[in-house]
Design a protein around this ligand. Sequence first.
Ligand code: PEP
Length: 245
Amino acid sequence: MKHIFANWKMYLDFAGSMILANQLAEKTFDSEKVQVGLFPSTLAFTEVEKLFRDTDIAVGAQNVVWTPKGAYTGAVSAEMFAQAGAQYALVGHSERRYIFGETDTSVKKKFDACIDAGIMPILCIGETKEDIDNNKREYRLKKQLMSVLEGVEHATKFFIAYEPVWAIGTGEPCDHLIVANIHDMIKAELKSYTDQDIPVVYGGSVDATNVVSYLSHDNVEGVLVGHASTALEQFFPLIRAAEQI
Ligand code: PEP
């Protein structure tokens, strides 16, 4: 079973989200081989969730706030998303870290809030080009894992998304052999925090032409797809390709 997570970011407005969601709703795929999760904007979330309720397609939140309720203008909590049917939430996406200034500390609070609310967090970690130049790739990834996972309950279930910052939205994907090596390192590191088998997915300029190269590695258990998930003619061939693994 491979996971395909579609992060629509802020690429699609409400109308665009509903067009794509309705197109996807008409398609069929082998849900024993491929598990699809969509991450629409907060604005489109409830309508997309309604469309896919009780189907093989899950819907998740692109971002959550940790406090369940209160005076937090503009925020939507993990608990509210859970009540609205979210099964997953992205936490620590590099666009949240680098554009909106999220820190390892706030990422941890969001991760914990998802667990408390019953949503499966997808913890995104990734190094910058500068980290690589300074020989700090492994250091960065381990630090991002430690700051969230230290003290995690052993029964906790979550995903890791390995997303090199320099590969996101650049059309410059990370070589699949490097990804497989990094996933090995991440999986080994995860053993110091949990005895659960935590799935690790890759994200960074994945499309229908390269998805098989990643998914053919056993330790690449799925992909997180941004741009190529926002139009049916790119996204559905990607699902079809993944089905063949
Ligand atoms: C992402 O948003 O997590 C992502 C991987 O984007 P893209 O596929 O566009 O690189």
